[in-house]
Design a protein around this ligand. Structure first.
Ligand code: EPU
Length: 418
């Protein structure tokens, strides 16, 4: 297992280029199951989660061709409908294969993803929607066995907006008989990216950017060419990194319109931010002001940036209230930040952060992707020694070349074997 070591204190300077979005690439790759022929996806990031979904789909008989940043996918020779537990347990997003497998073959046997460090993360809303579309399901040996002759359109209301739930049902609906309406659907940019890809395949979808998506099922789709959107969470992580180190950086290949909530909060914290086309420049202030945040589905403040923003508030002037409303257990970074001298009090879904003058270097460890990123940011700010971040395989699931990118921005950071 690797660890990352950081000697903090250097203000970040220079330019960083953002990679393709993990959470857009995963459903895009899954969508290639919907029809045969070679699909061509550009801007696919090199990440552990991408390797995992490819391994699972290879077991189903899907062929892949990797070409420098692009991925070609072909599901002409599918020979299995079963996703193995050994792989699914390492990545919950495997549930994204359920919708497309049912749409194309009318059956699927998918290992049920278990709980995860940040919450129970049920998939009841995916299953309820599929059941409304005529799918029969039963559980056996931890696998969902699902079957339908041909999916039928339905009117579906999600109790709460679910990102992968919306994606799964959109993929199930594109070739279903009749019309499917998704109400209270998630509106994350990754949903729009999937809509664009499905449209390139020929799908009939309306409701872009809204919480009501209407899909008219069509008989057949065609292979598509599509470029994955830039990763807004990676871009946001670099914006917070610039602010926490009082640096001055340019972030290229990103979509500022996907980062509105974070930009507003960082400006309130004192950062000077300029956006131009696909570029953001950001300069951290001498004094970081305290700001309250509350995570909500898009366009609100993203839960996937809550941990990183908390690291910033640890060295802000005054008190900050951080409310997590999306996942019930997403404060696992708090006890590690406290080991670095942070003053944080948790009360249910709220964390009260009392800003300190500095964070102190320490060995730390995290059990989820974004929590690990928050510890890297804390390490970049902590002066006077080494911060060691253990179990960084979580980072490799979702950040492409992270320490290399930070090194290029002037950070003293490297990776070692444990
Ligand atoms: N929920 C249910 N029932 C369901 C589905 C969701 O109760 O059937 C609840 C969840 O428990 C949660 C809320 O709805 O409280 C929202 O969960 P959602 O389904 O939107 O999360 P997800 O689709 O499992 C995706 C991202 C996460 C990101 C969340 C929220 C992917 C592959 N994952 O997860 O990304 O945090 O949306 O934006 O797109 C990450 O990248 O680190 C990550 C965890």
């Amino acid at each position: 297992m690797d660890k990352i070591i950081i000697e903090g204190g250097n203000p970040l300077k220079g330019t960083v280029k953002i990679s393709g979005a993990k959470n857009a690439a995963l459903p895009a790759i899954a969508a290639c199951l919907l029809t045969g022929g070679w699909h061509h996806l550009d801007n696919v990031p090199h990440l552990k989660d991408i390797v995992t979904i490819k391994s699972i789909m290879s077991k189903l008989g899907v062929a892949f061709r990797d070409k420098k940043g692009s991925l070609e996918v072909n599901s002409d020779n599918l020979n299995s409908y079963e996703t193995p537990y050994e792989l699914v347990k390492t990545m919950r997003a495997s549930i994204l294969l359920l919708g497309p497998l049912l749409a194309r073959y009318g059956k699927a046997r998918i290992s049920l993803p278990g709980g995860c460090a940040i919450g129970a993360r049920p998939i009841n809303l995916h299953l309820k929607a599929l059941s409304a579309m005529g799918v029969e399901m039963f559980l056996d040996q931890g696998y969902i066995n699902a079957q339908a002759d041909r999916l039928k359109g339905a009117d579906i209301f999600f109790d709460t907006p679910t990102v992968t739930g919306t994606e799964n049902i959109m993929m199930a609906a594109v070739t279903a008989r009749g019309q499917t309406t998704l109400r209270n659907a998630a509106r994350e940019p990754e949903i729009q990216d999937l809509i664009n890809l499905l449209r390139s395949m020929g799908a009939d979808i309306k409701g872009d950017g809204t919480d009501t998506i209407v899909i008219n099922g069509i008989e057949s789709l065609r292979p598509a060419r599509h470029t994955i959107i830039p990763d807004r969470i990676e871009a946001g992580t670099f914006m917070i990194a610039a602010t926490i180190t009082r640096g001055d950086i340019e972030i290229e290949s990103c979509r500022p319109q996907h980062l509105g909530a974070l930009i507003e909060k960082l400006e309130s914290a004192g950062a000077a931010i300029k956006t131009m086309g696909e570029c953001i420049s950001i300069k951290g202030p001498d004094t970081i002001e305290s700001v309250d945040i509350r995570t909500t589905p898009f366009p609100g403040f993203p839960t996937d940036l809550q941990a990183q923003f908390m690291s910033l508030m640890c060295i802000a002037k005054g008190w900050s209230m951080i409310r997590e409303t999306v996942f019930e257990n997403r404060f696992i970074h708090v006890s590690e930040l406290k080991r670095m001298g942070a003053d944080i009090e948790i009360n249910g879904s709220q964390a009260l952060v009392k800003g300190k003058e500095r964070l102190l270097p320490a060995p730390v460890m995290a059990t989820d992707l974004r929590a690990s990123a928050s510890l890297i940011l804390a390490g970049l700010a902590a002066e006077g020694g080494k911060t060691e971040v253990h179990r960084i395989y979580h980072l490799d699931r979702g950040y492409e070349f992270l320490e290399k990118k930070f090194k290029n921005l002037g950070a003293t950071i490297w990776r070692e074997k444990e």
